[in-house]
Design a binder for this molecule. Sequence first.
Ligand code: 2BA
Ligand code: 2BA
Length: 109
Amino acid sequence: MKLIMAVVQDQDSNRLMSALVENNFRATKLATTGGFLKSGNTTFMIGTEDVRVNKALQVIRDNCKSREQLMAPVSPMGGNADSYIPYPVEVSVGGATVFVLPIEQFHQF
Ligand code: 2BA
Ligand code: 2BA
């Protein structure tokens, strides 16, 4: 069994959850925050059999798309003004960042 952890954009999360359930995957959705943009994103935990990992990855790929996002300038607050960029910077956020981890044990009590 494997645990798939997928960080996706909030805009794709409802569609992805519906697609996972449609394809008979069990999943848990967590509200998370990206370290760089410091804004919300969604992390899915999907526990599934090894043979279904590729199908899960395909469902994720089909339902999440990359987008450009503006990063608001953050004032240096007494820090180094040399590195201050006074205008928003466009950042490309990927459709999904996915980790596949081995599961040592799986229990449901
Ligand atoms: P939910 O996905 O909201 O599922 C609640 C309960 O609905 C499940 O209880 C199960 O009894 C039933 N259920 C879910 N999917 C089903 C399906 N495709 N067909 C028939 N019945 C279904 P639990 O199995 O005790 O799971 C409780 C919660 O634990 C789940 O909430 C989910 O958030 C999480 N979970 C369970 N298995 C998971 C897995 N393999 N990966 C990730 N999260 C899991
Ligand atoms: P954030 O950390 O908010 O990052 C959003 C986007 O900003 C990233 O998109 C990337 O294009 C850019 N970015 C992040 N760190 C950067 C840096 N140090 N310099 C320049 N640009 C940077 P994605 O790579 O598609 O990542 C989307 C979200 O996925 C991330 O949100 C983070 O929550 C998660 N993520 C990505 N890689 C991760 C990793 N190795 N471990 C844990 N979470 C990760």
